[in-house]
Write a protein that binds this ligand. Sequence first.
Ligand SMILES: [Cu+2]
Length: 182
Amino acid sequence: MIGTACHGCPDPTSTCSPEKFKAMKFRSSAITLAAALALPLSILAGEADLTVVAPYVRMVPPGTPNSAAFMTIANDGTNDRRLVKADSPVARAVELHSHTNEQGLMRMRQVRAIEVRAKSRTELKSGGYHVMLIDLRQPLKEGETVPLTLTFDDGSMSKVDAPVRKPQALLEAEQASAHGKH
Ligand SMILES: [Cu+2]
């Protein structure tokens, strides 16, 4: 086979075949990828700027397909951050959601990201932003903890163990009815 010089081929002998060129291109992109993978080390230093406070997962009756996780995310850093992804082994799908009032109806909507501004905190709470746990793989029992992995726009990740808790409204209703029995 007659060697043809491929445009951009790093092989100085100019005996480059399209196959060889492809293989070389692949190798150089693999190196770029390795360099990119080494990058998060420098990002980890900034991770301490983000703190996840009081996470919990809403207890739901057995057989309920979905639940949600709530928490406060504090950003002590000087850069605005965005929560871009959440994962949990307890659900088949995990989405970031907001609640919006549409003509008097509260609707949940998937959002691309939840912003946590610099020197600020964002509350994920019932009726607002939440981490939606869709299609639960197992029932969530009170007192258990649910592992959550949160990914931010700078590539940093936070691993959180969120206890399963009854929703505040239910707790208050229970307390009120307990008082009623006096
Ligand atoms: Cu939701």
